[in-house]
Ligand binder design. Structure first.
Ligand SMILES: Cc1ncc(COP(=O)(O)O)c(C=O)c1O
Length: 380
């Protein structure tokens, strides 16, 4: 087991050594940001660590409410719900949407949290081939019975591969199906994709209006209904699950079971840090633009080594290079040069050999990225 002894950032102390760090999910480089830390210290002094009661009672401390107000503004929505973890997000959404007659259709590589959420409902659940809209179409033809309503679930951005869900293709497939819904787990896209960092729908040019709506917008009746949920624990450098939508949708989301737990909201220090992160990201467009620029720099640098990596704005690169032994060799070789990347032998969507995973942050310098790609070239 490794020990992280500093905030995760472009340079991170792990196992008593300082590394150039290209792992994890701190895409905007905010986890150790002085303003976030200061906000959390001040809130801890003012309000303590937690409310020790659920949000259905007195457990609504000001930083928690502030996160919800700022998130509603960030995602251009009427309201937002802030809850204990991103992992719970799919369960929160399905608690609102799933009804008798619903059918779940999942991308086969969906994150554990999507799979687990579906398991909580006693409803028909099917998987379709990863990213394959045509496979979804065939599955719907085979399985959907008259009167049933499909709820399609997928990661917006896949954690291990960095692939982006082909949202437009899914919408074409769902276009003529009454009441069809598309739900994205956007944990790796919030704060990253789209011009403002609103996520996968923004990346695909789909306006925020119409996302997480209940009842459905009459103006767009007949179109598939869109839902997205994410986290403040990754790009935003804070902690906790987040969903923004209409007042009615958010009120329904609050009535999911989590609201009645003493841990219904994240602890106050991280709520305050998350509120600060929302302000920072909204007011510093360079962060969201910067992570995309660095994603392209990294991918271009690796392509220059002869690797074939699609130039998307996702700050994740996944590489299957030979067998697991070879990938571990590359990982260890880089570590000996003071550079950390991940090798994952197992994760949702990975093949039997596993894969090397490189994450780049808005706060990596051009020089740091060059160091990584040059070293990578030496160990290929
Ligand atoms: C796709 C996806 N969904 C949900 C989660 C859980 O989010 P959180 O870490 O905020 O609980 C993760 C991360 O681990 C993830 O990769």
């Amino acid at each position: 087991m490794h020990l992280m002894q500093s905030p995760p950032g472009p340079e991170t102390k792990v196992d008593d050594c300082q590394y150039l760090y290209f792992c994890g999910t701190g895409y905007l480089g905010l986890h150790g940001h002085a303003d976030l830390i200061q906000a959390s210290i001040e809130a801890t002094r003012a309000y303590g660590l937690g409310t020790a009661t659920s949000r259905s009672g007195y457990g609504n401390a000001p930083p928690i409410i502030e996160v919800e107000e700022l998130a509603a503004r960030f995602w251009d929505s009427e309201a937002a719900y802030y809850f204990a973890s991103g992992y719970l997000g799919n369960h929160v959404v399905l608690s609102v949407l799933a009804k008798p007659g619903s059918v779940f259709l999942l991308d086969e590589n969906s994150h554990y949290s999507v799979v687990d959420a579906c398991r909580c409902f006693d409803l028909p659940t099917y998987q379709f081939a990863h990213l394959e809209a045509e496979a979804l179409r065939e599955l719907l033809k085979d399985r959907l019975r008259p009167g049933q309503v499909p709820i399609v679930l997928s990661d917006g951005v896949f954690a291990s591969s960095g692939a982006i869900a082909p949202v437009k293709e899914y919408l074409d497939v769902l276009e003529d199906i009454e009441g069809a819904m598309l739900c994205l787990d956007d944990c790796h896209a919030f704060g990253v994709l789209g011009e403002r960092g609103c996520g996968t729908f923004e990346h695909h040019g789909i306006p925020q209006r119409g996302i997480n709506e209940l009842p459905p917008n009459q103006d767009i009746a007949g179109s598939p209904r869109l839902f997205a949920v994410g986290t403040l624990s990754k790009a935003f450098g804070g902690y906790g699950g987040i969903i923004a939508g209409t007042n009615t949708f958010i009120e329904s989301a609050r009535s999911s079971s989590h609201y009645y737990s003493g841990a219904s909201a994240p602890p106050i220090p991280v709520a305050a840090a998350s509120a600060m992160a929302l302000k920072l990201v909204a007011n510093t467009p360079n962060l969201v633009a910067g992570v995309k620029q660095n994603a392209l720099r990294l991918k271009q640098g690796l392509n220059d080594l002869g690797l074939e990596i699609e130039l998307t704005p996702v700050p994740i690169v996944s590489l299957e290079l030979g067998d697991s032994q070879n990938m571990r060799r590359i990982q260890h070789g880089l570590a000996e040069e003071g550079i950390l990347i991940d090798y994952k032998s197992e994760y949702a969507g990975l093949g039997a050999r596993g894969a090397l995973r490189i994450a780049v942050f808005a706060t990596h310098t051009e020089e740091m990225i060059k160091k990584l790609t040059e070293a990578f070239g030496r160990h290929l």
